[in-house]
Design a protein around this ligand. Structure first.
Ligand code: TRP
Length: 352
């Protein structure tokens, strides 16, 4: 048992040092195990996470504690927790390189959130856009957790001393409040928390809905035929692309202002094939929209179908997934508990 803990510490040291021996920056990100992920999530977030694993000391969590702020079906929540984990691994998130874990497996999140609650004002939480939106959407269940969601998110980020937090624009306000809470605490006591930087996707990097290309492709979109899920089978993918909105010209040219539909398809094609916009325009010069849409659908399915197979293979190996989660929780706990101990000391909790 002693050996085992020491081995884990060695692993930690390896991952926190770059080849030049410099401390790597810490990166924190989390995803809720609720709705299905879209190809927009893949292009905008998951792919980047895979790329950043070597450069940063990465923490990736499945945020099941955030998920329960709106009512969940227990069996589905449980199932989706593993499904998200397996999908991330299928996409290339390597549990040996980063810390991949489930939020509820590390009790420090709830514990730090409680402390941070006493450094957060009710008025600040009432003003949060997402709280207001979700309160309107779930008017029968405006629970304290829904209001406290940003404080739990602050606890997630601050426990791991994250330098950078890549999130969607919709989470920007939550990241700003995290910075405020961290700064407030540091000013009252002494430097304790790292004040994190939010990293937001570049404008134009986002993928539009296939039917309303000027709107973001979203997992909660009303009309789901414009949204392509990573879990869609090949026929569904091809059908959705066949129906994609284009324009009345007949030219495959990248021009987001005048040709949002075609430009969105070009963006998706380049993201899934690694080809440039120019190469794509040349490849499809003189080709009709119908054939182009089919080619984009094929390129997407060529990537997503193998991901689904790998996800299914991982999900069938529960022992392996359990071992990944145990290891992840142990690595996370080591860092989180040390931050929490520091906080408890500073605020005057008597330590045993
Ligand atoms: N709230 C985020 C979302 O819905 C998920 C999340 C929870 C998160 N904790 C986090 C993201 C910490 C970044 C950092 O997308």
């Amino acid at each position: 048992r002693q050996m085992c803990i020491r081995d884990r510490c060695n692993i930690m040291e390896e991952v926190t040092l770059s080849p030049e021996g410099q401390a790597k920056k810490a990166l924190y990100s989390a995803v809720q195990p609720t709705n299905a992920l879209t190809i927009g999530n893949y292009i905008g977030a998951i792919r980047n996470m895979v790329a950043m694993q070597d450069e940063y000391n990465c923490y990736f969590a499945v945020a099941n504690m955030h998920a329960i702020t709106v009512r969940q079906v227990p069996a589905e929540l449980r199932k989706n927790t593993l499904a998200v984990l397996a999908l991330y691994m299928a996409c290339g998130i390597d549990p040996k390189k980063c810390t991949l874990y489930v939020q509820s497996h590390v009790p420090c999140h709830a514990e730090l959130a409680w402390v941070l609650n006493t450094f957060t004002y009710v008025g600040e939480m009432e003003r949060m856009t997402q709280f207001k939106d979700k309160s309107a959407k779930h008017a029968d269940n405006i629970n304290m957790g829904l209001m406290d969601y940003p404080v739990l998110m602050a606890a997630d980020i601050l426990l791991y001393k994250a330098d950078v937090v890549p999130v969607g624009i919709d989470q920007r306000q939550h990241l700003e409040i995290t910075r405020d809470i961290a700064t407030r605490f540091n000013n009252i006591y002494s430097p304790t928390f790292v004040v994190p930087e939010g990293v937001y996707p570049k404008v134009g990097a986002k993928i539009g809905d296939l039917l309303e290309p000027t709107k973001k492709m979203s997992k909660s979109s009303e009309i789901q035929t414009g949204t392509v899920f990573l879990s869609d089978d090949k026929d569904t993918v091809l059908r959705k692309f066949r129906r994609a909105v284009t324009d009345s010209e007949n030219e495959i040219r990248y021009d987001p202002d005048n040709k949002p539909g075609v430009s969105n398809l070009i963006s998706i094609y380049t993201a899934f094939t690694g080809k440039s916009i120019e190469e794509t325009e040349r490849e499809f010069a003189g080709v009709g929209y119908g054939d182009f849409k089919l080619a984009v659908g094929e390129a997407v399915a060529e990537k997503t179908v193998p991901l689904q197979k790998e996800q299914a293979r991982l999900l069938a190996d529960k022992d392996y997934l359990s071992s990944v989660l145990k290891e992840g929780a142990a690595k996370a706990y080591k860092v989180a508990s040390s931050t929490l101990a520091k906080v408890y000391r500073k605020i005057g909790f008597y330590q045993l």
